[in-house]
Design a protein around this ligand. Structure first.
Ligand code: UTP
Length: 297
């Protein structure tokens, strides 16, 4: 069961209001975690999961993102001429194969569901992955690979799932759990941003999905009928109503919400501490800051 997943959609058309004024001119996905833009982490994770076609749903003001994926011949020859082979290798590792990337515009930020729907013609009639680059996941086995490995046996739709404190359920899509086997959760319902008192569980959906084309058909109907935000969660929930399989995978790894300032800062510290060239200095600095604060208090 389960088809090979070779396409991934990266919805990057949001307004990024939580990072204003920076996002006035810099797409959120280009902001750097240590020395790599958020989008590079997402691309690397997709590649590690066997994705070969990368579909970006963009909007006005995202040209810096498109430029990032162009080769940089002048930079490459300058590095080659000066013998900086390590940097050259690093740069080349970010090059994308010609034709591997496609861009589609979301003309109005009508919601994540609408953004995915905008990519429908490029997706066609096959299962596909969706990656939200502002959810950065540090994991031994990249999160999407964990999902695709399990999906080969389960088919259907799959979402990445993570426990959150109950008050935080109001910020997530939340799963109604039918049954659980190891880290796989069979889902019987999904609610977007519930009132914490009414959340069916504390298991939240985070930004990795494997979806079947029937979700696009549902989004198609929503497009015709509804105004306002078009939620991806609602379209996936309709799969369950139609009797199709939806699973949540409790992935192994740490997720950082880089769509928020606090999450971005935490990710910056965590990723820098994981780097041998930065770790010692940063740790010393953090220890000094903490010691200074406790003396001041
Ligand atoms: P967010 O909820 O983080 O919204 O979107 P946002 O606009 O990016 O940021 P804030 O809340 O204003 O600060 C989650 C993901 O869905 C994409 C975003 O680009 C992000 O990757 N998205 C959201 C779209 O592509 N289109 C939309 O209409 C909405």
């Amino acid at each position: 069961m389960g088809n090979k997943v070779t396409k991934a959609v990266f919805p990057v058309a949001g307004l990024g209001t939580r990072f204003l004024p920076a996002t006035k001119s810099i797409p959120k996905e280009i902001m750097t975690l240590v020395d790599r833009p958020l989008i590079q982490y997402a691309i690397d994770e997709a590649r590690a999961a066997g994705i070969t076609e990368f579909i970006f749903v963009t909007s006005r003001g995202k040209s810096a993102l498109e430029n990032y994926f162009d080769n940089a011949p002048e930079l490459e020859s300058a590095l080659r001429a000066s013998g900086k082979t390590e940097l050259l290798k690093l740069l080349e590792s970010t090059n994308m194969e010609s034709g591997a990337i496609a861009y589609v515009r979301q003309h109005l930020a009508l919601g994540l569901g609408h953004a995915v729907w905008c990519a429908r013609r490029l997706i066609g009639d096959e299962p596909f992955a969706v990656i939200l680059p502002d959810d950065v996941i540090s994991a031994e086995t990249p999160c999407l690979k964990q999902m695709i490995d399990v999906y080969q046996d389960t088919g259907g739709c799959m979402v990445a799932a993570m426990e959150v404190p109950r008050p935080q359920t109001a910020s997530y899509g939340v799963l109604d759990i039918a049954e659980e086997k190891a880290n796989l959760v069979r889902v019987k319902g999904m609610v977007e941003k519930p009132d914490p008192a009414e959340a069916p569980s504390t298991l939240a959906v985070i930004g990795r999905y494997i979806l079947t084309p029937s979700v696009l058909e549902t989004l198609n109907r929503r497009k015709a009928g509804a105004g306002g935000e078009i939620q991806l969660t609602d379209a996936i929930a309709e799969e369950i109503v139609a009797g199709r399989v939806v699973n949540g995978l409790r992935f192994r790894g740490t997720r950082f919400d880089c769509g928020s300032k606090a999450g971005f800062l935490q990710a910056t510290v965590a990723f820098a501490l994981a780097r041998s060239d930065l770790r010692d200095d940063l740790l010393r600095y953090l220890q000094d800051v903490v010691a200074y604060r406790s003396v001041a208090e």
